[in-house]
Design a protein around this ligand. Structure first.
Ligand code: PEP
Ligand code: MN
Length: 263
């Protein structure tokens, strides 16, 4: 996992919610690289609440890998089906044996059979791929631990698995700040301890707005998370998905400066 960590030992993943174009990614990568980010997210396949644009899909694979790996960066995207993981594995081969990627299972992808298929194709490929699982949308500790167990039982090596807390659907619970999803930081810490795999925080999908995202990043500092995944877009107001919650690169920079100062 060390290769994913930045200079102060945290796994920091940043980048746009979705890959929209080569130009969009290139501009964002330039800013993030200057900030010492090593892992760049830009999702190719987007589960959507309502019918709409679903991401660049297969067409974006060469853009995501080509705009990151040659610069010594690590690409990261959600995968929904095992076939998506297979396509990334195939495309990674072009970049040599050491090429690395991070793939993740999103909150809405809760078919354990597909989760295991994804884990199996990654494990059997021998590619240097880390698999991250976000918590499911509903508040249930056993289920979340179970996702991790499914990945391990399908053959993923433990040192290539990590988890991510992106909050739970608020349902009817009080939500005075209007978070998109409610965090349960203590549950995240218990799951981190039970599973013994790294746990990172996703303030973007918890907060839902730029101001809330910054508040959650600060709150997250009070807990021993192993890192963060943050949505960053150079022109967030024009983003095709999650426009309200994506930070500008300078906003992430300010937070990293704070984190560095307290090291
Ligand atoms: C995302 O990371 O863009 C995403 C879709 O997140 P989640 O699965 O947490 O909703
Ligand atoms: Mn998003």
């Amino acid at each position: 996992m060390d290769e994913l960590k930045n200079n102060f030992g945290k796994i920091l993943i940043a980048g746009p919610c979705a890959l929209e174009s080569r130009q969009q990614l290139r501009e964002c990568v330039k800013a993030l690289k200057e900030d010492g980010i090593k892992v760049i997210r830009a999702s190719l396949w987007k589960p959507r609440t309502k019918p709409g644009w679903e991401g660049l899909g297969d067409e974006g694979i060469d853009i995501l890998l080509g705009e990151t790996i040659p610069q010594g960066l690590i690409p990261a995207t959600e995968v929904i089906y095992a076939e998506h993981a297979e396509k990334i594995i195939h495309a990674l081969k072009k970049y040599g044996e050491k090429a690395t990627a991070v793939l993740w299972l999103g909150a809405r992808n809760q078919n354990h059979i597909e989760q295991q298929r994804i884990a199996r194709v990654i494990a059997e490929s021998g590619a240097n791929i880390y698999l991250m699982a976000k918590n499911q949308a509903w508040h249930d500790e056993r289920h979340w631990v179970g996702i991790c167990e499914h990945l391990l039982s399908a053959g993923m090596p433990k040192d290539k698995v990590m988890l991510c807390h992106r909050g739970f659907s608020p349902g009817l619970l009080p939500n005075p700040k209007g978070y998109r999803n409610l965090p349960d930081m203590l549950m995240a810490m218990r799951v981190q301890a039970k599973t013994e795999v790294p746990m990172i925080l996703d303030p973007s999908h918890i907060g839902g707005t730029r101001d809330n995202v910054i508040d959650i990043m600060l709150e997250g500092e009070l807990y021993p998370f192993d890192g963060m995944i943050v949505e960053v877009h150079c022109h967030p107001e024009k983003a095709l998905t999650d426009a309200k919650q994506q930070l500008k690169p300078q906003q992430l920079r300010q937070h990293i400066d704070r984190l560095e100062a307290v090291q």
